[in-house]
Write a protein that binds this ligand. Structure first.
Ligand SMILES: Cc1ncc(COP(=O)(O)O)c(C=O)c1O
Length: 330
């Protein structure tokens, strides 16, 4: 039996499972898409599924304040700040980087959420230390805070994607579909870890391929495997074993995390112009560039799924590169 943690209902589920007929004809592979970009509220994306579990845990700890951290354009921070506000929590975001002159994209939405923004951390490690210090300072003022890790990726947050795998299987079975590959953007690893645990628990085939948007493959593989093991144990699945090492590809990172290159730009244009679906420059555009490459190599099998994890608000932060007024990296 799977013993999920308690969960809030913060979005309407299931998200749509849609065919991509035009692109399938172009690529010669039957392609489907799982629309987690259409989760609501707060601009959508994969973090809402994690936050359903994490914010329930914050309630269980009687926390009135939520703290999290991420990049200045973090989708995770945007969704956490807005959902925390909706639930009546005070929110603090520790942002790695400086406050830009012009607040665009996710950062603009963070500002609208009313969260307190703490800029200036130079590294993730520094961000973690600042978040910890903040939590202690708030406690000294009599406020109980709940610290959500980077990307919402721990054994509680990842349960959102264990449940999401079950949701996909139900939809796929209703249409007599099975997938040879499932491709998704991977960064802090919680989404991929949750999917892999879900696959073990609920069955359903397909190679889950994480396209890294920052970490090198060996590092992310290790993180996903560790997180999958922790998540399985949190669910009471003591005999859980990963079928094999998680598949992570790192050749689509391009010039670096959040740096837009030509391959990503082409992928964003291709999906917009064939299926009217928007990707983002930091996560899903890179993952989709990976999927296009896998298709060109004949490595997607007969039928593949792209798990769209959201991120479109960040598009507006890259306006000049997307509009061709400033070059993307080669
Ligand atoms: C749009 C989007 N896709 C994918 C990811 C990666 O998910 P994970 O951090 O669970 O690997 C993120 C993480 O921030 C994201 O914002």
């Amino acid at each position: 039996m799977v013993l999920f943690n308690s969960r809030l209902s913060l979005t309407s589920l299931p998200t749509p499972l849609e065919a991509l007929p035009t692109l399938s004809r172009q690529l010669g592979v039957e392609l489907w898409i799982k629309r987690d970009d259409l989760t609501s509220p707060a601009g959508g994306g994969n973090k809402v599924r994690k936050l359903e579990f994490l914010l329930a845990d914050a309630d269980a700890h009687r926390a009135t304040v939520v703290i999290t951290l991420g990049a200045v354009q973090s989708n995770h921070c945007r969704q956490t700040a807005l959902l925390a506000a909706k639930l009546g929590h005070e929110a603090h975001l520790v942002l790695i980087g400086e406050d830009p002159i012009d607040r665009q994209g996710n950062l603009l939405l963070d500002t609208l959420s009313g969260a307190t923004l703490h800029f200036g951390a130079r590294t993730l490690e520094e961000g973690r230390a600042i978040a910890q210090q903040l939590s202690e300072t708030l406690r000294a003022c009599g406020k109980e805070s709940y610290l959500i890790p980077y990307g919402g990726s721990d054994s509680i947050g990842a349960q959102g994607y264990v449940a999401a795998w079950a949701e996909l299987q139900e939809q796929a079975q209703a249409r007599s579909l099975s997938f040879d590959c499932i491709v998704q953007a991977s960064s802090s690893g919680g989404t991929q870890a949750g999917l892999l645990v879900g696959q073990q628990v609920y069955g359903g085939g397909g190679q889950v391929i994480g396209i890294s948007v920052g970490p090198l493959a060996a590092t992310l593989q290790q993180e996903v495997a560790t997180l999958a093991g922790q998540t399985a144990r949190a669910l009471g699945l003591d005999s859980f074993t990963l079928p094999s090492a998680p598949t992570v590809l790192d050749q689509f990172i391009g010039p670096g995390y959040a740096l837009l290159d030509e391959a990503t730009l082409a992928a964003i244009r291709q999906l917009a112009q064939t299926e009217a679906i928007l990707l983002d420059p930091v996560y899903t555009g890179k993952a989709f560039a990976g999927l296009l490459w896998l298709a060109s190599e004949g490595r997607l099998g007969k039928r593949a799924l792209f798990w769209h994890t959201g991120g479109a608000p960040a598009l507006y932060n890259y306006a000049s590169q997307l509009a061709g007024k400033q070059p993307a990296a080669a």
